[in-house]
Design a protein around this ligand. Structure first.
Ligand SMILES: Cc1cc2nc3c(=O)[nH]c(=O)nc-3n(C[C@H](O)[C@H](O)[C@H](O)COP(=O)(O)OP(=O)(O)OC[C@H]3O[C@@H](n4cnc5c(N)ncnc54)[C@H](O)[C@@H]3O)c2cc1C
Length: 572
């Protein structure tokens, strides 16, 4: 099949909040922009966000306090210039999306209501009931349609065109019929979302397979801070489907099998509203020490019954439905069973404050940008605070869109040079998955990956568990070469797509594990039982790792941008 070549000023990969916010800016600036997405835009994981989006709006709140909470929450690994920019622009970002029509929940006086979230000094999360992400995504998607942004829905991006330090296009195929194409552009932006799908218990959508990250890494470009994976304290027992932090924000209390409100031991001041890493470790510890609830004793209980039916139905209706559907437990009548679930990716594609992808700590890749969860700018450092990532996706998506428009106006780009041959890597990958005739099955390999990542590189890590995981990954990589898929057709071939996605999961999981082995300290979401304290002398730095053609990862480091907040011990 011949390879079509399309030409645009800008190609954006991903149609969640970050991709759409950028697309709208670029289209309004008169640029020719195409958005490629493997899902319909409204199915992007942004739409699953429940709890809220932060901004210091209230009279008794303060932008500097939002910055401080974010930096402290990050365990001082966040880059403080990026945090300052995002927190300063948060109120404006909320007004911008509200003025476009996002229907936030409001107080009786008409102002936007805000709920408390973990690690925040004030109630700061603006929300739309418990379906905040969907409200924001629908609003911005509508605005993109209104501006006539060009969408290529259900196109799978498998590669980029990268030569001599310049990115000049994305290589993709149409999921409907396997038609290959190259989207040549002066600027390519990745907004491909997170990577928590490599864990068994995960709150992430099936699509969050970290494709964007592995595509970048396969070109020898670095990934940053990949060892920092956030485990959310409250996933439904068994599946990990999210029960938003709004449940703790609205007053949820955690109990173990002895009926003890165990957070008293772990965070006596903030209790359930300590940050996610602290609460996830507390829950996991209670379970590991035999004080879990449920048939397998692998959960603890969150009690919301004291809120009463009216408040639950007004503020948490979706959460109630989820617990009834997946556990048969009604939070109005009884406590529901939850456990920690892999949730968010702090690490990602390293970018500077304006979204340029970094080739190494001192140099950028020309024509290449990233924003949202796939990027590491880094506003979350070692641990993200709840409701800061919808803010990141909206603010940085828009900000990077504006910067691309400026870079285009300043003629920083050469005309992209692409040819059909640039699709060869993708065509080889497709041919391998379709034609390889081994005896390994992708769903089985994926199950082994997810189970072992949860067991060995999860909430608690040690040298021993991670060296074991390193070997498991090597074995899975060797077995991946021997896969066979059943569906050989060209029509909506999900077998093929899952095989390609699994390759990506293997690659970025190697970064998670190698980064975690090298980081001999505990910081934020990365907790080493064999190195339980933070070590600023040796590890107050970002991991910058690269992968060679054989899949071996080498670790390097880059400086953290410090600022007015001096590292202190983190207590809640
Ligand atoms: C259950 C859940 C609840 C959450 N709740 C909150 C909350 O209350 N507050 C908060 O601040 N944060 C929350 N988060 C986090 C937040 O929702 C995400 O970090 C944010 O929405 C990510 O937006 P994004 O635009 O970067 O990516 P996404 O919305 O994940 O979009 C990724 C896009 O990339 C596309 N894509 C990926 N790979 C490819 C490929 N190979 N080819 C083509 N397209 C591709 C997808 O189709 C999709 O359009 C939550 C996350 C989850 C999982």
């Amino acid at each position: 099949m011949s390879v079509q070549i399309h030409n645009y000023d800008v190609v954006i990969v991903g149609a969640g909040l970050a991709g759409l916010a950028a697309a709208r800016e670029l289209q309004r600036a008169g640029k020719r922009v195409a958005v490629l997405t493997k899902l319909h835009p409204l199915r992007s994981h942004s739409g699953a966000a429940q709890g809220g989006v932060n901004a210091a709006l209230a009279e008794d709140d303060d932008i500097e306090l939002h910055m401080f909470d974010t930096v402290k929450g990050s365990d001082y690994l966040a880059d403080q210039d990026a945090v300052e920019l995002m927190c300063n622009k948060a109120p404006e970002t909320i007004r911008w999306i509200a003025n476009m029509g996002a229907a936030f929940s409001r107080k009786a006086d008409g102002t936007i209501a805000q709920r408390p979230f973990g690690g925040q000094s004030k109630p700061r999360a603006c929300y739309a009931k418990d379906r905040t992400g969907l409200t924001l995504l629908q609003t911005i998607y509508e605005q993109c349609e209104r501006e006539n942004v060009t969408f290529f829905d259900e196109w799978y991006v498998a590669d980029i065109v990268y030569r001599d330090g310049v990115v000049s296009g994305a290589v993709a195929y149409n999921i409907r019929n396997l038609e290959p194409a190259i989207f040549a552009a002066k600027a390519v932006m990745f907004a491909t979302g997170g990577y928590a799908r490599s864990f068994k218990i995960s709150s992430n959508a099936h699509a969050n397979t970290g494709d964007g990250l592995s595509i970048v890494a396969r070109h020898g470009l670095p990934l940053e801070d990949m060892e920092f994976v956030q485990f959310h304290p409250t996933g439904l027992a068994g599946s990990g489907i999210l029960i938003s932090e709004a449940a703790r924000g609205e007053g949820g209390r955690l109990y173990n099998s002895k009926g003890e409100r165990f957070m008293e031991k772990y965070a006596p001041e903030k209790m359930e509203l300590a940050p996610r890493d602290v609460v996830s470790r507390a829950i996991t510890k209670e379970i590991l020490e035999g004080r879990g609830v449920g048939p397998n004793k692998d959960a603890v209980a969150i009690d919301l019954t004291h809120l009463g039916e009216e408040i639950i139905m007004e503020r948490l209706p979706e959460l109630r439905d989820l617990a009834i559907t997946f556990l048969g437990q009604d939070m109005i009548k009884e406590p529901i069973h939850i456990a920690a679930t892999a949730h968010y990716s702090m690490g990602g594609i390293p970018v500077d404050i304006d979204g340029h992808v970094r080739k190494n700590p001192d140099e950028i890749v020309r024509g290449f940008y990233a924003a949202g969860e796939c990027a590491c700018v880094s506003v979350h450092g070692a641990n993200r605070l709840g409701a800061n990532s919808l803010l990141e996706a909206l603010f940085f998506g828009r900000h990077v869109g504006k910067h691309i428009a400026e870079d285009l106006d300043n003629n920083l780009f050469e005309e992209p040079k692409v040819s059909e041959a640039d699709a060869q890597t993708m065509l080889d990958e497709i041919a391998f998955c379709l034609n390889n005739n081994g005896d390994e099955r992708v769903p089985e390999l994926r199950k082994e990956l997810q189970e072992s990542m949860t067991a060995n590189a999860g909430v608690f890590r040690t040298e021993e568990t991670m060296l074991k995981q390193r070997e498991i990954l090597k074995d899975l990589r060797a077995r991946y070469k021997k896969i066979r898929i059943d569906d050989k057709s060209k029509t909506f071939n999900t077998d093929l797509q899952e095989a390609i996605e699994f390759g990506h999961m293997l690659d970025y999981s190697t970064f998670i594990v190698e980064g975690a082995i090298a980081r001999k300290e505990s910081r934020g979401a990365h907790y080493r039982e064999d190195y339980p304290t933070r070590d600023d002398k040796n590890f107050l730095k970002h991991t910058f790792a690269t992968m060679d053609k054989e899949g071996n990862v080498s670790i390097g480091y880059a400086d953290v941008t410090l600022g007015k907040f001096e590292p202190q011990e983190r207590k809640y």
